[in-house]
Design a protein around this ligand. Structure first.
Ligand SMILES: [Zn+2]
Length: 135
């Protein structure tokens, strides 16, 4: 499926830092408890660091204590794409930016967090840029 934003690999490599590239374009995972947004409570909108699409808001961010920013719902259902991921001997659901296909993280379900959806979008900080709310 083609994405709205498609760029040759060399262009992504040039536009992103090596660690951003590794996560966004090669589906690496940043080490737990190291990302800049893990414990952030600032109000605002989190957008894709690769293409700028608005993906999550601080309203659905919650304390999961898992080491990565966690959200119980994307900003809009269509903002993210969910893809079955069978790497590393596990079956997980990968979360990608629906606009550019960049890797964001994974979504887990039924873990018992007290959130409205019982879902945890476990997202790499480095895949996101927080735009703090005005005022
Ligand atoms: Zn994107």
């Amino acid at each position: 499926m083609p994405y709205d934003v498609e760029k040759p690999d060399e262009q992504w490599r040039a536009e992103l830092s090596p660690s951003e590239y590794a996560v966004l374009r090669q589906a690496a995972t940043e080490p737990a408890f190291t990302g800049e947004y893990t414990d952030t409570r600032t109000e605002g909108v989190y957008s894709c660091r690769a293409c700028g699409a608005e993906l999550f808001t601080s309203t659905t961010k919650f304390e999961s204590h898992c080491g990565w920013p966690s959200f119980y719902d994307p900003k809009d259902t269509g903002a993210v794409e969910l893809v079955e991921d069978r790497s590393h001997g596990m079956v997980r659901t990968e979360v990608r930016c629906a606009r550019c296909g960049s890797h964001l993280g994974h979504v887990f379900e039924g873990e018992g967090y007290a959130t409205p959806t019982d879902q945890r979008y476990c997202i790499n900080s480095i895949s996101l840029t927080l735009q703090p709310a005005e005022g």
